[in-house]
Design a protein around this ligand. Structure first.
Ligand code: ZN
Length: 162
């Protein structure tokens, strides 16, 4: 007997012949056997009603620190050094080594994952298996876009000195 494995089932959840988990998830979706974690968010319906929704999620290696848990202090990391500047700022061999070393002297705890090395990400594949979750995912994306637009608006206002 071969064990059913596929891309959306990295955790080795026992599947039936139809590739569906033997034990449906009791908490978030009716399809997936379990979730490593979930992401909760609230959204407003067109009628102005606030709804809380939960999406199945998984842990992914943090993009910001690439799984190291630390990254360069933003003031250093976000600065684009010319080769000359770099040599000047990091004069000694030791300084240069520290610059490139993860967890080195110029590193701070990752701002994104707070040192956990992983971040929670919506399990899009699991959402696709359930119409209700697919709907919730759409709401989630719309909310992210709204939040992003709002943040940019605020940043623009700050730049103009409001
Ligand atoms: Zn990180």
């Amino acid at each position: 007997m071969t064990r059913a494995t596929n891309k959306i089932n990295p955790a080795g959840i026992p599947l039936d012949r139809g590739n569906r988990p033997v034990t449906p998830c009791a908490r978030v979706c009716r399809v997936y056997a379990f979730h490593m974690t979930t992401i909760s968010f609230t959204y407003e319906t067109d009628e102005g009603e606030e709804i809380e929704a939960e999406l199945p999620a998984k842990f992914e290696v943090c993009d910001r620190c690439r799984g190291h848990g630390t990254h360069l202090t933003p003031s250093i990391g976000e600065h684009a050094y010319t080769p000359e500047e770099f040599d000047e700022a990091f004069f000694g061999e030791d300084d240069r080594e520290e610059y490139f070393r993860h967890g080195g002297r110029y590193d701070v705890t990752c701002e994104e994952c707070h040192g956990r090395r992983v971040v929670e990400a919506v399990d899009v594949a699991a959402c696709a298996l359930d119409p209700e979750l697919t709907e919730a995912l759409k709401r989630y994306y719309a909310k992210l876009e709204d939040d992003y637009a709002y943040e940019r608006e605020c940043a623009a206002e700050r730049r103009m000195g409001c």
